[in-house]
Design a binder for this molecule. Structure first.
Ligand SMILES: *[C@@H]1O[C@H](CO)[C@@H](O)[C@H](O)[C@H]1NC(C)=O
Ligand SMILES: *[C@@H]1O[C@H](CO)[C@@H](O)[C@H](O)[C@H]1NC(C)=O
Ligand SMILES: *[C@@H]1O[C@H](CO)[C@@H](O)[C@H](O)[C@H]1NC(C)=O
Ligand SMILES: *[C@@H]1O[C@H](CO)[C@@H](O)[C@H](O)[C@H]1NC(C)=O
Length: 421
């Protein structure tokens, strides 16, 4: 008999600490998904891309600052399925070993050299074969009406292989997919379950985080009728009971992360998903959230970080976003889109990207160039970046003094200590 996650977790309730604790805190590293956007949706654009030119994974100096000075222990590292598994191979267990090598090097820098935890983030919106107009292009994985779509079994096979390669690294966390959307929740759960089964068959015990549908929006968790996340995501079964839920939540009018103004109160909007987590005895990470440097955003970001710290359902978070920052004065600018499109409204932001984020902002600025959360980044006018105005004075103050620095990442957390203690 298969037990649902909720039944399993219910039985474990006495083993978990009743007090609210954030065990993992840090920042999303966006760059590995760069370099593929095409104004004409030309399939194959930017593939495989030039490592360090079109895309990258981390800047080691940024990671150094974040861990050594800021004492964060979690990074979420984006990559593209079409680079790990080139379309000529298809999605599955056959990887581009050169590309995998670059990725592994970044993950080992974070986990082995710096001792922090890393979420592997296939930034694909549950789609594969054409990232040229992410988040909408490409066939939905498991769409049996689309002969060009990768299958649910292929998605499982991909995760089984990736998991096998990191199974000996207890600081690696498997983020199954970034922001699935416009896919039936039954198919989403089938795909996620195939990945969980395949990961566990590979022998990996690592923490898994499973995303919700509808862009993983926390505010939308109980909405959407029969397809609501609250009707589906707790049906996932993990034989090792080490799967948490992956939620995203922005604070602007349409929850897109595109706007400068913060108007959506986090505690109000997260109440539904928190109640659902409590009902099913599940734990969660919020792996994308953010705000600009307005007074209202500062208040709401504080509110959101306090809310996670005070509700035991939340065990970790990564703010959106840091990312590769190269101070190359001659930067070759390339056109990129960064699109944050959530259930309620469509927001497409066109950015001039060069050297990666450069002075551009990963979220929350109405396309103004206020820099990113990457240490050392600057706004386009040379003024302080979001790292200076939001990370250091706001988010950094909510990084707990004690986090988990050793042992397997787990839904139950681990031993808390200060870095180096
Ligand atoms: C998972 O939870 C169930 C229900 O509490 C329990 O029977 C099972 O032993 C657990 N499995 C592991 C590997 O802890
Ligand atoms: C594999 O990755 C390397 C490095 O990015 C690239 O040069 C090569 O063309 C890729 N191979 C395929 C089949 O995509
Ligand atoms: C599945 O594929 C069919 C055929 O291409 C398409 O009409 C349909 O919109 C696809 N479904 C999803 C969820 O993308
Ligand atoms: C936010 O930061 C940008 C870039 O440094 C700056 O131009 C702007 O005035 C700041 N806004 C507020 C409200 O402080």
């Amino acid at each position: 008999m298969k037990l649902s996650l909720s039944a399993i977790a219910a039985a474990c309730v006495f083993a978990t600490s009743a007090s609210a604790t954030i065990f993992y805190a840090g920042v999303a590293e966006s760059s590995g998904e760069f370099g593929v956007w095409s104004a004409t949706s030309a399939k194959g654009t930017g593939l495989p891309g030039r490592f360090g030119v079109d895309y990258s994974f981390i800047s080691t100096s940024g990671i150094d600052v974040m861990v050594d000075q800021n004492r964060v222990n979690l990074f979420r590292v984006a990559f593209l399925l079409e680079r790990m598994c080139p379309p000529s191979f298809g999605l599955g267990a056959k990887f581009n070993e050169t590309h995998f090598g670059y990725f592994k090097e970044s993950i080992e820098y974070i986990t082995k050299k710096k001792g922090a935890y890393a979420i592997l983030d296939p930034h694909n919106y549950m789609r594969y074969n054409d990232p040229s107009s992410q988040p909408f292009s490409g066939s939905v994985i498991g769409n049996t009406s689309d002969p060009t779509a990768a299958t649910t079994a292929q998605f499982g096979s991909f995760w089984g292989e990736l998991a096998k390669r990191f199974a000996d690294n207890e600081k690696v966390i498997f983020g199954l997919q970034n922001e699935p959307h416009d896919v039936a929740s039954s198919l989403l759960v089938s795909n996620l379950q195939a990945a969980i089964d395949s990961i566990r068959r590979s022998g990996a015990k690592n923490l898994i985080i499973a995303p919700g549908n509808s862009w993983s929006g926390g505010h939308y968790w109980t909405k959407g009728g029969a397809d609501a996340n609250s009707n589906w995501i707790h049906k996932l079964v993990d034989p090792l009971n080490n799967t948490a839920v992956d939620i995203h939540e922005y604070l602007d009018q349409d929850f897109s992360g595109g706007h400068l103004a913060c108007t959506q109160d986090p505690a109000t909007n997260l109440a539904g998903v928190t109640a659902w987590l409590k009902e099913h005895k599940l734990k969660a990470f919020i792996t994308e959230f953010g705000g600009s440097n307005t007074t209202a955003c500062v208040t709401m970001l504080n509110g959101m970080l306090d809310y996670m710290a005070q509700n035991e359902e939340y065990i970790g978070w990564t703010a959106w976003a840091a990312g590769m920052f190269l101070s190359r004065p001659f930067a070759v600018f390339q056109l990129q889109t960064y699109e944050r499109i959530h259930q309620d409204m469509l927001t497409i932001l066109l950015f001039q990207i060069g050297p990666f984020w450069g002075p551009n902002s990963p979220c929350c600025t109405d396309s103004a160039q206020f820099g990113s959360l990457e240490p050392g980044s600057k706004a386009a006018d040379g003024g302080p970046s979001l790292y200076d105005t939001i990370w250091l004075p706001v988010i950094q103050k909510k990084v707990p003094a004690k986090l988990q620095w050793s042992g397997l990442a787990s839904v139950n957390g681990g031993t808390l200590s200060t870095k180096g203690a």
